[in-house]
Design a protein around this ligand. Structure first.
Ligand code: PLP
Length: 390
């Protein structure tokens, strides 16, 4: 009997080793990893540079606390702010914490501006995390059910619907921010249109609201840009990151710019582990390898190739509703629930995911190669054809 709390429906496999895009289970069977620990293992597994950097850092210093200056954190802050054109950053350990920081920042921003009950506009099908505030911001009843009372101060609108947000703007004077994933991950790889995002930027500027982008899943190079917002041509006021930032070492970040910068003062927010030397070295190394090895271009090119490959291989197959995404964030929507594909793929040595029951989700590491991409398209499209033929 396991003593683990029953919070996950785990697949019956345990991995013991990884190398690049490959994972090996206890029996020595090899799997092509097209999921990267849910968009986390940016550099694949056991990347030599990352292994060396975190080993050296562990030998020198793992943790000191935010009572003291942390040089690696300052360096990472400089690097991220330069890449994202943001002004300042708060480090934490996960995506939900990064979003908690964003939500707190927006509320404080509202209070500072005289709004007594600040409201944040959030989206249907959004996923922002499992803490009380972030599950309340999440647009999925399954995530919320049983945890009521939810945290208040959110109004929900359909995703990618600028008019709906404009209507809220016309009717609600307490709004202080909009929180949106430019590409919804858990919600089914839904890509917001450029016009929507630019319209949101304009609306936020007109109203002095904060545009807060949750790039926990789509950020850190996954779309072929450092951040998805750069592809969409908008600069947010708040940007949240986690998942792929440390390539497997937990690190989250909430960045702020312009009117969102300078809102937090000493004592307003904190995290014991947040931005410790080990986590920051992992993130600095991840960013450096992305840059040096040209992984942004790789993500963009392979993403196109993989989506194109599936379009070709699944052309005219009844039951394939849509193939979409950006860079290495790919969704294949079927017309029926297809969770069983995950185990079928695993039997054949391929790791994939299914979200919202009908969307096959692929989030390969950014070190994927052309051969890996071809294998993924070949094997998964065969599986999808078999599955839909029944
Ligand atoms: N935001 C987005 C867009 C996510 O995809 C996730 C996790 O899937 C989170 C937030 C929560 O991140 P974490 O599980 O690290 O708390």
């Amino acid at each position: 009997m396991s003593h683990l709390m029953n919070t996950y429906a785990r697949l019956p496999v345990a991995f013991v080793r990884g190398e690049g895009v490959w994972l090996y289970d206890e029996q020595g069977k090899r799997y092509l990893d097209a999921l990267a620990g849910i968009a986390v293992s940016t550099l694949g597994h056991a990347h030599p540079r990352l292994v060396r950097a975190i080993s050296d850092q562990a030998a020198a210093l793992i943790h000191t606390s935010n009572l003291y200056r942390i040089r690696e954190q300052e360096q990472l802050g400089d690097k991220l702010c330069a890449l994202a054109q943001m002004d300042e950053v708060f480090f934490c350990n996960s995506g939900c914490e990064a979003n908690e920081a964003a939500i707190k920042l927006a509320r404080l921003y509202g209070h500072n501006g005289g709004v007594e009950n600040p409201v944040i506009v959030v989206m249907e099908k959004a996923f922002h995390g499992r803490t009380l505030a972030t599950l309340s911001a999440t647009g999925n009843r399954k995530v919320q059910a049983g945890f009521e009372p939810l945290v208040g101060g959110f109004v929900r609108v359909p995703f990618d619907d600028l008019n709906a947000v404009a209507q809220v703007a016309a009717n609600n004077r307490d709004v202080v921010a909009v929180l949106i994933e430019p590409i919804q991950g858990e919600g089914g790889i839904n890509v917001a249109h450029r016009e929507t995002m630019q319209g949101l930027r304009r609306l936020c500027d007109e109203r002095a609201w904060l545009l807060m982008l949750d790039e926990v899943q789509c950020g850190t190079g996954r779309t072929g840009y450092w951040f998805a917002c750069q592809h969409l041509g908008v600069r947010p006021d708040v940007l949240t990151l986690a998942k792929g930032l440390g390539s497997g070492v937990p690190v989250g970040a909430c960045l702020a710019a312009g009117r969102a910068a300078g809102v937090f003062k000493p004592g307003n927010h904190g995290s014991t582990f947040g931005g410790n030397p080990l986590a920051c070295i992992a993130a600095l190394t991840t960013l450096d390898v992305i840059e040096v090895d040209g992984l942004l271009a790789n993500a963009a090119r392979l993403g196109e190739a993989i989506r194109g490959g599936f379009r070709e291989a699944l052309k005219g197959v009844p039951g394939v509703a849509s193939i979409r995404g950006d860079g290495l964030m790919i969704g294949i929507e079927l017309d029926r629930p297809c969770l069983e594909l995950v185990e079928r793929a695993m039997d054949r040595g391929l790791l994939i995911n299914v979200t919202v029951e009908k969307v096959i989700r692929l989030l390969p590491p950014l070190v994927f190669s052309d051969d890996n991409a071809k294998q993924l398209v070949r094997e998964l499209s065969a599986l999808i054809r078999e599955f839909l033929a029944v």
